[in-house]
Write a new protein. Structure first.
Length: 630
């Protein structure tokens, strides 16, 4: 009989989790080392871990007095990449002859959009090193900081005794029962009954509550309502999520409700509305900032004089005096910003930011909890008295790179643990507002025990008369098969990609160009494989037919579409081989995400003979065939 690790004592379980995280750390570090040493620049660029060549756009001191350099990539423009806020990076130069030369410092991404990046440099010497004549590139550096933060959090939880952190550890892992407040249920007429129950469970929870939100059921809407009501009882709450995009989305919804949000860490959704509630923008907008900026400028000028060797003692005295004044102003601005904020929002790892040192919160809300490593969740939990988790363990899981760590259980999440030990704290949302009923039903039956139901407004939504909402286009008659791309390690099926683009073109023509624009339809083209995504993007760029439609069409991986939806979704499954091997398509949670992005039309393109050897795809193919024959 298989051992159930969830039934271990909390400390033993977490010690094992620590060991698994160490395996993941060592595995990822070794993988990074091999990629750095063995991969050429072209292969790194292809994998999204490197930009080369770079153009230096300028440098300046930002509002936090950090020296930053702005760079832009000259090639591969528009290609997806892995750079994001907070990631460590290293610069290199490529001489005409010989090997790459890495510059002797590590920098940090402050801000990134499609082809432009702002990077925090450690000192002025780093800037001087970048200003040579040789071509410069930048690549991701191994992220020691995130791992170190998770290790520290686990150590603190394991050693906790006679504290709120120890209580939460023992409650989450089944040693203690969660307590509740006795409150009269509140009515929320604008929510459906399951959402209303979920909000009331959150308000009554003394220790923990879980909001389980399948696709399209309004999980974020429910969570925002729970936060809004909690703020009637508490002065300030902490809101976290695994990804920057999820933090941005919930922050934006809270701002729309009139809540004062302070966003720690730069947003990934770049617009003026998002930027306006970031810590940096609020810091710059504070009335005392101009005075602080003038003092910092004076300090930098004095350091220049110090380097020239004139009156060093007097200059040092002046610098120290100005530094004291600058520190007083910084403290005053910080106190002002945090005292005004009702919600502090950041990623899980971002909650370890120095700005949050020593701060405590009555309630912590964690969105995307089913996508987060348990170790990452403990980082902000250390600051909270009670915890509310929201997510869906039937959608994307945490990303684990070590096969051994994954097999031994590193992918088990804190949300899964709480659901197992305390099902009474879970509220499942069951009314979905996104999909045509036929698109929803398969996912509901396979993943959610048939419990989902469609809201009347979306139940029969469609685009064309007498059209089937969901169809499978069998590509096994195409001449091509899948190929493994050695540069990227991903897979591609060029014939299927070309057929997918043709299928999309035909469907747009059936709708009619004018109607497509008048009614504002949008399209998502999804593939689980990055190489296929890149090729699909190339095909659309080359085809002049799609030029007027490009702003309405998004092409991305399944992970890139998490949390999104489109009127029309096409999925290119890529795999086509005689053995019936489907690789990571067997992670069915990814397919659950993919097939539930569509509002009105879902088209799946896949090799039937390859895919239906797996029971999930066989059942899906049979379901779609029955729908088509009705």
């Amino acid at each position: 009989m298989e051992r159930n690790v969830f039934d271990e004592r909390p400390v033993s379980y977490l010690q094992n989790l620590y060991a698994l995280l160490r395996k993941e750390y060592e595995y990822e570090k070794e993988q990074f080392k091999q990629q750095t040493e063995r991969f050429g620049i072209e292969r790194k660029v292809c994998r999204g871990m490197c930009w080369y060549p770079l153009r230096l756009k300028g440098n300046y001191y930002n509002s936090l007095n950090q020296l930053v350099v702005e760079v832009e990539r000259e090639e591969g423009r528009g290609d997806e990449h892995l750079f994001e806020y907070g990631k460590p990076v290293s610069f290199f130069v490529r001489p005409l002859f010989g090997n790459l030369r890495y510059l002797n410092f590590v920098a940090t991404v402050s801000y990134v959009e499609e082809d432009r990046m702002v990077i925090v440099l450690p000192n002025t010497d780093a800037l001087l090193a970048l200003q040579g004549d040789e071509k410069i590139g930048v690549q991701l550096y191994f992220d020691e900081i995130s791992y170190r933060t998770m290790f520290d959090a686990l150590k603190q939880v394991i050693s906790a005794k006679k504290s709120r952190l120890a209580d939460l550890r023992d409650i989450f892992h089944g040693v203690q029962r969660p307590a509740v407040f006795s409150l009269f249920p509140m009515r929320f007429p604008w929510l459906n009954p399951t959402q209303e129950v979920a909000v009331n469970k959150v308000l009554c929870a003394k220790d923990v509550a879980v909001v389980h939100g399948p696709p399209g059921t309004g999980k974020t809407t429910t969570l925002v309502e729970a936060i809004y009501e909690t703020l009637h009882r508490e002065t300030q709450v902490l809101v976290c999520a695994q990804s920057n995009m999820a933090v941005d989305w919930i922050s934006e919804m809270l701002v729309d409700r009139g809540v004062n949000v302070l966003r720690i860490g730069n947003p990934s959704r770049v617009n003026d509305k998002m930027l306006s509630f970031t810590y940096e923008r609020r810091f710059e907008s504070h009335p005392d900032y101009h005075q602080l900026w003038s003092i910092r400028k004076a300090i930098r000028g004095l350091y220049d004089g110090l380097r020239k060797g004139h009156g060093r003692d007097a200059i040092r005295t002046k610098i120290n005096s100005l530094k004291d004044r600058a520190s007083e102003i910084e403290v005053r601005i910080n106190e002002s910003l945090f005292s005004e904020a009702r919600v502090v929002a950041c990623t899980l790892v971002g909650s370890a930011n120095y700005l949050l040192y020593g701060k405590k919160f009555g309630t912590l809300f964690i969105d995307e909890a089913a996508q987060a490593l348990e170790a990452a969740c403990w980082i902000p939990i250390r600051k909270a008295d009670r915890v509310i988790l929201a997510g869906d363990h039937c959608q994307l899981p945490p990303t684990i790179k070590s096969p051994e760590a994954l097999k031994d259980g590193l992918g088990r999440t804190l949300m899964q643990c709480i659901v197992k030990h305390h099902p009474e704290v879970v509220s499942m949302l069951t009314v979905q507002y996104r999909m045509n009923d036929a698109i929803m039903q398969f996912s509901s039956d396979w993943f959610y025990g048939g419990m989902l139901q469609s809201a009347p407004a979306v139940k029969c939504r469609g685009i064309l008369d007498f059209d089937t909402p969901i169809e499978w286009v069998n590509t096994e008659e195409l001449a091509g098969k899948e190929e493994l791309m050695t540069e990227s390690g991903s897979r591609i099926n060029t014939e299927e990609a070309e057929f997918a683009v043709g299928t999309l073109k035909n469907y747009i023509l059936r709708i009619g160009k004018q109607r497509f624009f008048d009614e504002g339809f949008d399209v998502g083209l999804i593939s689980p494989y990055k190489a296929q995504v890149r090729y699909l993007r190339q095909l659309l760029k080359r085809d002049s037919f799609f030029k007027p439609f490009r702003s309405s069409i998004t092409i991305d991986t399944v992970d890139g579409f998490q949390g999104q939806e489109r009127d029309i979704i096409l999925i290119s499954l890529v795999r086509a081989n005689e053995e019936g091997t489907i690789g990571f398509l067997s992670d069915l949670r990814r397919m659950n995400v993919a097939i539930t992005r569509a509002r009105m039309k879902l088209i799946i393109l896949g090799d039937r003979s390859t895919l239906t050897k797996h029971p999930f795809y066989r059942r899906l193919y049979e379901y779609i065939t029955r729908i088509s024959e009705k």
